[in-house]
Ligand binder design. Structure first.
Ligand SMILES: *Cc1c(COP(=O)(O)O)cnc(C)c1O
Length: 384
C-alpha cells in the first residue's frame, strides 16, 4: 500500500515522549513553550502561540483580528473547509473568492479589483482577508498588501498546508509563509508537513495580539490567584505530550522539506509525457509541495475513476476539494465567482507525497498513473 500521506516519525519523538511521561507533565508543560519558541524562529516570526488544532488557531487568530458578527472575511473558495468554518465560528460573514490558475490560490487580483470597485460605489468591503496557501504553494500577496495599505484590511494567513514555503521575488522576497499577515496559522494534524498528533500554531510579530490569543485559548483566565475570567474564552491549549512530538518533528523540518521538493521534482520529470498539468510553481515562489497535485487534461479520465483504478493497485490518490460554494454550509455565502475553483475540482488529484516515499514508490505511482490515463484516453477515442 502506498498511502497519500503519512507522517515520518524518525527523530526524537520517542525520547521526548518518554521525557514527558517521566516528568508527569502531560497537559501543560515545558515542551509547549519550547515548541512555540523554536517554531517562531523557524518561520521567522516574533511570537508563536500553540493551539489544540489548526482550526482552533484560525478561530482565535480571526477573533483577535477583529472578526465578529456583521464583519466580512474574504476566504479562498478552493480550500479545506476548516478555513471557512473558522470564520463562521466568529459569526462573521464569508466572502468566497475564486482561484487563479497559476497557483490555485485565491485570485488576489480579482479580489483587489472588486474591493476597489465596491469602495468607489460605497458598498461594504471585507474587514479581513484570510488568505490560504493551498497544497504548499504561497499565494500572490502584492494585491492584498495593497488592500491592507489602502483600505486597512487585515490579512490573516491560513498556512496550515504550507510550512516552509516562501517567496523568492516581489515585496516578500526571502520571507516564508506565516510572515505576510497580521497573524498566521499552521496545523500539525497527522497528514501535514510536521505533526504533533493534532495541533496548531498562531504566529505574529505583534506582542499584544499574541498575548490576547494566549489569553483566549486559556479560558480567558486572568493572571494571579483564583479563577477570574474577563470574557468567554476557549480550551484550545496544546498539550505537553503533543508539543513533545511537535518538537521532535520540527527538528527534522529541513529534511522533510528537502524530501517534499525532491518528490515534486521526481513527479514533474516522470509525469512529463502524460496528458496532465503538473503542480503549479510560480516564478516568484518556493513551494513546499505538501501534497503533490496534478490536473488531468480533458480526455485523460475522470479523477474519481483514476482514484478508484489506482486504489485497486493499492495506491492512494485523492481528489482535490469541491469548492466551498458547492458545499452545503456555504452555498448561500457571498461569492466573487469564476470557473477556476470548479475546474480544479473537476480535474484535480493529489498523488502520494509522504516525505519517506522512495524513488521506487514514485516510479510505481507514475507507471500506474500512466496506464490509467492511457486507458481513459483510449476509451475516450473509442467513444468518439
Ligand atoms: C488542515 C487544515 C486546516 C485545519 O487544521 P487542523 O489542525 O486539522 O484543525 C485548516 N486549513 C487548511 C487549509 C488545512 O489544510
Amino acid at each position: 500500500m502506498i498511502p497519500l500521506s503519512e507522517p515520518t516519525l524518525d527523530g526524537n519523538e520517542l525520547s521526548y515522549l518518554q521525557e514527558c511521561l517521566d516528568s508527569g507533565y502531560v497537559s501543560g508543560g515545558p515542551f509547549v513553550e519550547r515548541f512555540e519558541q523554536a517554531f517562531a524562529a523557524a518561520v521567522g516570526a516574533r511570537h508563536a502561540v500553540a493551539c489544540a488544532s489548526g482550526t482552533a488557531a484560525l478561530h482565535i487568530a480571526l477573533l483577535v483580528a477583529g472578526a465578529h458578527p456583521g464583519r466580512m472575511v474574504a476566504v479562498s473558495d478552493f480550500t479545506f473547509i476548516a478555513s471557512a468554518n473558522a470564520v463562521r465560528y466568529t459569526g462573521a460573514d464569508v466572502l468566497l473568492v475564486d482561484s487563479e490558475p497559476g497557483t490555485w490560490n485565491m485570485n488576489t487580483e480579482l479580489l483587489h479589483d472588486e474591493v476597489v470597485r465596491r469602495a468607489r460605489q460605497g458598498k461594504p468591503i471585507p474587514d479581513i482577508i484570510e488568505v490560504v496557501h493551498v497544497l504548499g504553494h504561497p499565494a500572490h500577496m502584492e494585491p492584498l498588501l495593497d488592500l491592507r495599505d489602502s483600505y486597512w484590511i487585515d490579512i490573516v494567513e491560513d498556512a496550515a498546508e504550507s510550512l516552509g514555503a516562501g517567496w523568492t521575488a516581489g515585496d516578500l522576497a526571502g520571507r516564508q509563509v506565516g510572515t505576510a499577515g497580521k497573524l498566521a496559522c499552521f496545523s500539525f494534524n497527522g497528514n501535514k508537513i510536521i505533526t504533533s498528533g493534532g495541533g496548531g500554531m498562531i504566529v505574529t510579530d505583534d506582542a499584544d495580539l499574541a498575548a490576547r490569543a494566549r489569553h483566549l485559548i486559556n479560558q480567558a483566565k486572568m493572571p494571579g490567584q483564583g479563577y477570574v475570567h474577563d470574557t468567554v474564552g476557549y480550551n484550545y491549549r496544546l498539550t505537553n505530550v503533543a508539543a513533545a512530538l511537535g518538537n521532535a518533528q520540527l527538528e527534522r523540518l529541513r529534511d522533510r522539506l528537502r524530501a517534499k521538493r525532491a518528490i515534486a521534482a521526481g513527479y514533474a520529470e516522470w509525469l512529463r509525457a502524460l496528458p496532465l498539468t503538473p503542480a503549479p510553481k510560480a516564478s516568484w515562489a518556493d513551494p513546499s509541495y505538501w501534497l503533490y497535485s496534478v490536473l488531468l487534461d480533458d480526455g485523460a479520465g475522470e479523477p474519481g475513476d483514476v482514484v478508484e483504478a489506482m486504489g485497486a493497485e493499492s495506491i492512494q490518490l485523492r481528489r482535490l476539494w469541491p469548492p466551498l460554494h458547492q458545499q452545503r454550509p456555504y452555498r448561500r455565502a457571498e461569492q466573487i465567482r469564476g470557473d477556476v475553483a470548479d475546474d480544479l475540482y473537476r480535474r484535480g488529484l493529489s498523488l502520494p507525497s509522504s516525505a519517506h516515499l522512495t524513488e521506487q514508490d514514485q516510479r510505481t505511482v507514475t507507471a500506474a498513473l500512466a496506464e490509467s490515463v492511457t486507458r481513459s484516453n483510449q476509451m475516450e477515442a473509442v467513444r468518439r
